[in-house]
Design a protein around this ligand. Structure first.
Ligand SMILES: Nc1ncnc2c1ncn2[C@@H]1O[C@H](COP(=O)(O)OP(=O)(O)OP(=O)(O)O)[C@@H](O)[C@H]1O
Ligand SMILES: [Mg+2]
Length: 329
């Protein structure tokens, strides 16, 4: 027998920092299960593996009076959605035996914000391997915060592996006045070797998944085996998303095994669209069951104007993830 809860039954208060390990969807992901679909993916697989065994650069120290410093390295996996970037990232984390952390870019920014610069460096800045998913400079504040933190990590000889849908030099474009921060963005990009992963969306289905009718959603809600189910109306979810910082979404989602979301409608403003994208990203990573009903086609969830914006890739990626989720049994 499973329990069905409403969103209001859940606790969304802020909690401590996350554990900095891969999320459930990628908890068991290994290099061995990565099957390159394109030569660029075979190259990325090989280079990610050798990155783990690379030595830091050594500067100075040629003469006895010269100070020797080590400098860590970065590898940046850039590419469209579903080409396996996160698969490689989580595999690297799993294969590496030294000190390591795995986090999303937004978790990193949040952690530095909560701890403060010095404490973040002290408590989080001295690992050997950093796996950072979805690198994304979307405002000047996080650009400076992240630049300072990564500089510290590199100076400690740390290695940073990261994924993104945007090449390093194009970070920030369309999001804020990136040209004012060119120097900062450039200085972050400098320590990274960038690999561009090409190839098809591995999740691509024969056809885009369809939304359920209310009757089918209710049937699945009654019969599916998940133990803690949450039933929510579309508008109820958006009220909750609007009144909470996205960093809390994971905490909310960890309290359920499956979400039955009713009456999807086209999302009528870009801020809500971005909140929803964050929410689905977390739900996907946490491997929460997801069922969605509505009278629209999945493709019509986001307004066409957003799909042409600086956030376009996020919206398409979100649709790709929802398609995969809806077909999961
Ligand atoms: N070449 C591959 N071999 C085996 N599995 C793959 C491969 N590429 C992707 N996958 C699987 O497909 C799904 C999507 O891949 P993944 O999340 O790694 O893509 P991504 O490049 O990070 O995309 P996104 O931009 O959506 O974050 C995952 O379940 C992953 O394990
Ligand atoms: Mg990914």
């Amino acid at each position: 027998m499973s329990d069905v809860y409403r969103l209001n039954d859940l606790d969304i208060s802020a909690k401590s920092l996350p554990e900095f390990t891969p999320p459930p969807r990628f908890g068991e992901t290994k290099f061995e299960s990565y099957k390159p679909q394109d030569p660029s993916q075979a190259d990325a697989l090989q280079k990610t593996q050798s990155f783990l065994n690379a030595s830091p650069d050594v500067q100075g120290g040629r003469f006895p009076w010269q100070k020797k410093t080590v400098l860590g390295k970065g590898l940046y996996l850039d590419g469209g959605f579903g080409v396996g970037k996160t698969h490689l990232l989580a595999s690297a984390y799993s294969a590496y035996e030294g000190s390591k952390v795995y986090m999303s870019f937004s978790e990193l920014v949040h952690a530095i914000g909560v701890l403060g610069k010095e404490k973040a460096q002290l408590e989080l800045g001295n690992n050997r391997l950093y796996c950072i998913d979805e690198f994304e400079l979307d405002d000047p504040g996080n650009t400076l915060i992240v630049k300072t933190f990564l500089n510290y990590v590199f100076e400690q000889g740390g290695f940073v592996l990261t994924t993104s849908n945007t090449p390093p030099a194009a970070q920030g474009q369309g999001r804020f006045n990136a040209s004012d921060f060119k120097r900062e963005i450039q200085s972050i990009a400098e320590r990274f070797e960038t690999l561009k992963l090409e190839g098809p969306d591995y999740r691509k289905r024969e056809k885009v998944a369809e939304l359920l009718s209310t009757g089918d959603l209710e049937h699945l809600e009654r019969t599916e085996p998940a133990s803690t189910k949450v039933d929510a109306h579309w508008s109820e979810l958006f009220t909750l998303l609007q009144s909470n910082h996205p960093i809390r979404y994971a905490h909310l989602l960890k309290q359920m095994d499956a979400l039955y979301l009713r009456n999807a409608e086209p999302i009528s403003n870009q801020n809500d669209a971005i909140r929803f994208v964050h929410f689905i990203d977390k739900l996907y990573d946490l491997k929460i069951g997801f069922r969605l009903s509505g009278d629209i086609a999945l493709d019509d969830l986001f307004d066409d104007s957003y799909k042409n914006s600086a956030y376009a890739k996020k919206h398409y990626r979100c649709l790709s993830r929802i398609s995969e989720l809806l077909e999961e049994r």
